[in-house]
Design a protein around this ligand. Structure first.
Ligand SMILES: Nc1ncnc2c1ncn2[C@@H]1O[C@H](COP(=O)(O)OP(=O)(O)O)[C@@H](O)[C@H]1O
Ligand SMILES: [Mg+2]
Length: 234
């Protein structure tokens, strides 16, 4: 579905990604594991069209997307739940959801998508008129996911979706990702809870200093001594 082929990305003079290649099969959950500063967010943002790679190719369902502006990438069906949630705090829950439905691909299906999102997150349905900034952290993350779903994505990239959330909510967020995947949405997951993310991942990549150093099935990486020592502390 998605193929990243040898992309290098710089922030000014600093190289964030060095010839990174990976593939995401339709229907998969692909985990990206790496320490702070490894380049995970840079990778997601590059796929999303927010950074232009200096070299390499990115193809999504056969379309070359590297260098396309982010609204065009979104409109092809690549959604993103960004690090830090990025909801609009002074807008209502309902208005935040509407912002996700502005893509041409999703405009016509706005009401259907809204019903689907509200069925998935009943808490949001109870708070439609409330300013998004007054929601709890977990509810804001649900709203960020709901807003992304309003754009009718085929692939969703989650960047640290459980960061800063209480442990019980972390479980809910990861269950939501599994449920979306079961409904047919392909997922790329960057998650600080490495053990959990590898458990739900069909495929996983380790990113170190901007390079992919290891890849395999989630189960293979979970059993790998290097991964266990570096990311699981066991
Ligand atoms: N906008 C930016 N300008 C300059 N450097 C950046 C920028 N974004 C990220 N970096 C640097 O690029 C490297 C990779 O960062 P990032 O992709 O955020 O890593 P991760 O998400 O794995 O923590 C880090 O060294 C970071 O400091
Ligand atoms: Mg990051």
């Amino acid at each position: 579905m998605l193929a990243v082929d040898g992309i290098s990305v710089y922030h000014g003079d600093a190289q964030a990604l060095d010839e990174v290649s990976l593939t995401v099969d339709e229907g998969a959950i692909v985990a990206i594991v790496g320490a702070n500063g490894a380049g995970k967010t840079s990778l997601i943002r590059t796929i999303a069209g927010m950074h232009r790679p200096a070299s390499g190719r990115i193809t999504f369902q056969g379309n070359e997307i590297a260098g396309l502006p982010s609204h065009q990438v979104c409109n092809l069906g690549i959604g993103q739940v960004a690090e830090g949630r990025q909801i609009f705090p002074s807008l209502s829950v309902s208005e935040n959801l509407d912002m996700g439905a502005m893509l041409p691909r999703a405009r016509g299906a706005r009401e259907r998508n809204r019903q689907r999102v509200l069925a998935m997150f009943p808490k949001l349905a109870e708070r439609l008129a409330q300013a998004a900034g007054t929601l709890s952290g977990g509810e804001q993350q649900m709203l960020a996911i709901g807003r992304c779903l309003m754009g009718e994505p085929r692939l969703v990239m989650f960047d640290e979706p459980s960061l800063g959330l209480a442990p019980t909510i972390v479980h809910d967020v990861l269950k939501t990702i599994r449920d979306l995947n079961a409904e047919g949405i392909t997922c790329v997951l960057v998650e600080q809870n490495v053990a959990v993310s590898l458990k739900i991942a069909s495929r996983a990549y380790v990113l170190e200093n901007g390079r992919i150093t290891l890849s395999g099935t989630g189960a293979e990486l979970l059993a790998d001594a290097r991964v266990r020592q570096a990311y699981l502390g066991i």
